[in-house]
Ligand binder design. Structure first.
Ligand SMILES: [Zn+2]
Length: 188
């Protein structure tokens, strides 16, 4: 299956938390967000998918069906959980803001290079307060997680998950809050 270059990522805010995948998928199937399986970890979007995502700007045109040419199309991908939290970021990653002073966490001009453990504490270049990368404000361009759900072929800030979808995900994971971000990777 073709690699997707623009993805909306939904993830638990607790970087260590891994929800019960079957329960989450079953709950999202019940509300029509997730549809039939394409393979072991990919699913078509459900019949009510467009009700759970708000599209910004003009009405969207999404390709929702696979074709013989393997054209990328919007579907739901559940990657395998990772043993430890990892930074999930692509070419669109933005300099993160410090959760304390709200200024740049890294010195200007320094590209974010993930530490081996993104939950380990480092110091803010602006105010000196220590914080882990998992607690930084990535401005919706990255996250730190062990488990995530990806909606493919959604461009950055083109579509926003509704509060109802985030509430549903929280309800399916014992009340834990969820976040989202957009990750873009270059072709080739
Ligand atoms: Zn700071």
């Amino acid at each position: 299956m073709a690699v997707s270059h623009h993805r909306l990522i939904l993830h638990p805010r607790d970087p260590f938390f891994v929800p019960e995948t079957t329960a989450v998928l079953e709950g999202l199937r019940e509300i029509g967000f997730v549809g039939p399986a394409l393979d072991a970890c990919r699913y078509r979007v459900g019949s009510r998918f467009m009700e759970w995502v708000s599209f910004l700007g003009c009405s969207p045109w999404l390709r929702l069906e696979p074709d013989a040419q393997q054209t990328p199309f919007t579907h739901i991908h559940v990657p395998h959980q990772t043993p430890v939290p990892i930074l999930i970021a692509g070419d669109n990653v933005k300099p993160p803001r410090c959760p304390h002073c709200r200024k740049g966490f890294m010195a200007p001009g320094r590209p974010p290079r993930p530490p081996p453990d993104p939950t380990a504490v480092s110091r803010c270049a602006s105010c000196g307060t220590p914080a882990p990368w998992s607690a930084l404000d990535w401005r919706r361009s990255a996250c730190v997680a062990r488990w995530r759900l990806e909606v493919t072929e959604i461009h950055e800030a083109e579509a926003v998950p509704t509060p109802g979808l985030l509430d549903r995900l929280a309800a399916l994971s014992a009340g834990r809050p969820w976040g989202y971000c957009y990750v873009q990777t270059r072709k080739g």
